[in-house]
Design a protein around this ligand. Structure first.
Ligand SMILES: Nc1ncnc2c1ncn2[C@@H]1O[C@H](COP(=O)(O)OP(=O)(O)O)[C@@H](O)[C@H]1O
Ligand SMILES: [Mg+2]
Length: 275
């Protein structure tokens, strides 16, 4: 099970995306970027964060620690912002927390260099889970202590919004031309060779077991949480086995932006680019 913490203080909303995640302090003295179960995007966003995030971690990619955040809506009573107060009121019970990385910077493809091997692993993983939310406009990656960290897997596995047609997505090609790491000549062939064999049924079961029952309990067409977990496992296993069919593609004539590299990085960061 993911570690469970109890929210003790709502600190501030993060207003970048649409889902209004917030920074929350917890009883373990940790600080977490929290995605709320009562947000308009619904519980599937949280399921996607757990399944894709924990799968990425097991494939050796850096993802901040995920926790279950138990929330008593009473902590929102003093919130001056009505939108936040409504969200907290609707989010009693379990929410998803991601360890807050203090001092991290949003990844900027024009300012930082990523090695082809690492870029390939990230792009291949995003192809596996069909991530549509890692474009250069919105990279959803952070730079922290000189390393690249992946965040925000809420927009992965979009097939889980329509289970009856999910089968059709198994071999769906992954267009990576818009991907934030497309400029770094991602070594997709090596990544596929290294990662595809690691996506075993056993590993997937371990990952989907981390999804709390209450987020998948009344999924239409399924008999209960175990049946839903089995469907995620089946789908991702089929996708991994079909890796040759959906190989992420970056157009052959893709042109790196002029002089990416260190040009735009602040002086104090030069020489500390992501490895
Ligand atoms: N673990 C983290 N540590 C530090 N900042 C974070 C972390 N997770 C998210 N953020 C910041 O919050 C913003 C919104 O988080 P994100 O998970 O992308 O949510 P969404 O895009 O769904 O609103 C990010 O773009 C980033 O600036
Ligand atoms: Mg985001």
């Amino acid at each position: 099970m993911l570690t469970e913490v109890i929210a003790t203080r709502y600190v501030t909303p993060l207003r970048e995306g649409g889902s209004l995640p917030g920074i929350v302090e917890a009883d373990d003295l940790g600080t977490y970027v929290t995605k709320f179960v009562g947000a308009g995007q619904g519980r599937k966003t949280l399921v996607a964060e757990v399944v894709a995030g924990e799968l990425a971690r097991r494939l050796g990619l850096r993802v901040p620690v995920l926790v279950r955040v138990r929330l008593d809506p009473v902590i929102g009573l003093g919130e001056p912002d009505e939108e936040v107060q409504d969200l907290l009121k609707a989010s009693g019970g379990l929410n998803l927390g991601m360890d807050y990385l203090p001092g991290s910077l949003g990844f900027d493809p024009l300012a930082f260099e990523v090695e082809p091997r690492e870029a390939g692993r990230v792009v291949w993983f995003d192809g596996l889970v069909g991530n549509v939310d890692r474009s250069w406009r919105n990279p959803n990656m952070l730079l922290w202590h000189g390393d690249l960290w992946l965040i925000d897997h809420g927009a992965t596995m979009i097939w889980h919004h329509n289970w009856p047609t999910a089968d059709r997505s198994v071999t769906k090609p992954y267009d990576a031309s818009d991907h934030a790491l497309a400029p770094f000549t991602p070594d997709i062939a090596s990544a596929r060779e290294e990662l595809a064999p690691k996506v075993t049924e056993e590993l997937l079961r371990e990952v989907v077991a981390l999804v709390p029952d209450e987020w998948i309990t009344d999924e239409p067409g399924f008999g209960g949480p175990e049946a839903v977990r089995a469907a995620y496992t089946r789908q991702l296993l089929a996708r991994a086995r079909a890796a040759d069919a959906w190989r992420p593609s970056v157009p052959a004539d893709y042109r790196r932006p002029e002089k990416p590299g260190v040009g735009n990085a602040p002086a104090w960061l030069k020489g500390r680019q992501s490895k």
